[in-house]
Design a protein around this ligand. Structure first.
Ligand SMILES: [Zn+2]
Length: 410
């Protein structure tokens, strides 16, 4: 088999296109495959599809997958047609998308690598620049967003995650039913979220629950845009648990400091994570001494017992039972004489309605929280994103179930 024929087969080149030359540069470890088309052929206008005569040609180059370790370049004189309705246009070629300097197959491989490795690693492996790798990612996201159809969202989650500097945030909108990111908004202001909710009224018609933190900006935005918001807003277990955990940690730190100052030693030394861990993860790690410690007359132990009891209330799914149990717990919290716990109790009391919604609907943001954890890891892996747009693009690339591959390869 001739090398031209071989490359025609390998590249899947079909008429009117053919391989007209294959040149090997041993010094540069590079193969250049020249493609051309038969004379007198008409090509469809890329806008309307009507067959038109060739007007002129433009020289184009694409990077393709390596052949046996040799960098492989496709070259072609791509025709421009003259359509009577759309003017002079470059025709589309079957091996690459318009405007790309890479073949569709090359982009597809880059996309699958980008799913598992960082931009700089992919750039190194594929011998392209960081900007080129980022460009492939950006085109993939644009392609996916264009193909996406707006589906009705029934279970929405709204959460914030920090971007780059500690106090810069983005708001992540997540479809809990489909398990994917829907959108990412700048900041965490009420107005921004409100605008988004208004723009997406159509797909939110069947909305049943919105999980979020007890955060007034988000609550306000939802209340002002969604009908029956007070029945739909859910403050999930994860966020509520965080409030209790933080308060327990504060009680422990204060008490530990008190013992150290007064006696030079403290029973709470090196126990921090045992008080903070959830029941499930603690049982594996806690030494037997923790059980004894938790029974001692310590402020920390008292605070911890309140936290543990609060977390167990989540097993109740009847609204009345749940409300009665929470009210008992809040009474206990109010009498406990531990300021951080009293503070949490007050917060919970004013947001109890949404906590009850969450228990009844069994709605939780746990998945969003794990997305946040992955997003934070992604940030570390990418050594920070140069700007917000790139950060958002990476989240969409990794967590929105978009169809990313070039045309014909999906
Ligand atoms: Zn046309």
């Amino acid at each position: 088999m001739q090398d031209k024929e071989l490359y025609e087969k390998l590249l899947g080149i079909k008429a009117p296109w053919k391989v007209i030359d294959v040149a090997l540069d041993m010094q540069k470890s590079c193969v250049t495959v020249k493609l051309g088309h038969a004379k007198g052929v008409q090509f469809p206008c890329p806008v309307c599809g009507v067959l038109c005569s060739v007007y002129d040609h433009e020289a184009r180059r694409w990077r393709h997958l390596d052949s046996c370790g040799f960098m492989t370049i496709l070259e072609a004189e791509v025709p421009r047609i003259s359509c009577k309705d759309h003017g002079v246009k470059q025709v589309s070629v079957p091996w690459a998308e318009g405007g790309s300097r890479f073949t569709a197959l090359f982009e597809a491989i880059a996309i699958s690598l980008l799913k598992v490795a960082s931009l700089s690693d992919v750039a190194k492996v594929l011998r392209i620049s960081w900007e080129e790798a980022s460009g492939i990612m950006e085109r993939a996201v644009k392609r996916g967003l264009k193909r996406r159809v707006a589906l009705p969202v029934k279970a929405l989650a709204i959460d914030e995650t920090s971007f780059q500097k500690r106090h810069e945030y983005v708001t992540v909108l997540f479809d809990r039913e489909r398990d994917c990111v829907i959108d990412i908004l700048d900041g965490r202001k009420k107005e921004t979220l409100q605008r988004w909710l208004k723009e997406h009224q159509e797909s939110l018609k069947e909305l049943d629950s919105v999980t979020m933190d007890m955060w007034d900006a988000y609550i306000g935005a939802v209340k002002e845009t969604i009908a029956d918001a007070c029945q739909k807003i859910c403050f999930d277990r994860f966020h509520v648990a965080q409030y209790f955990t933080k308060a327990v940690d504060k009680v422990r730190a204060d008490e530990h400091r008190y013992y150290k100052a007064k006696y030079g030693t403290s029973p709470l030394t090196k126990t921090r994570y045992m008080w903070l861990r959830s029941k499930e993860s603690r049982s594996e790690h806690a030494p037997a001494s923790f059980a004894a410690l938790s029974r001692m007359n310590l402020k920390t132990a008292r605070a911890w017992r309140i936290k543990e009891s609060a977390l167990e209330l989540w097993t109740l799914t009847d609204r009345k039972d749940s409300e009665a149990a929470w009210r008992r717990l809040l009474g206990w919290t109010a009498r406990c004489r531990l300021p951080p716990m009293i503070e949490v109790g007050r917060t919970i009391r004013s947001y109890l309605w949404g906590i009850l919604n969450a228990t009844v609907k069994r709605a939780t943001n746990a998945k969003v929280e794990s997305v946040n954890a992955i997003i934070q890891k992604l940030k570390v892996r990418a050594c920070g994103f140069r700007n917000r747009a790139r950060f958002k693009m990476a989240i969409l690339f990794h967590y929105e179930k978009l169809s990313l591959l070039p045309e014909g390869l999906t």
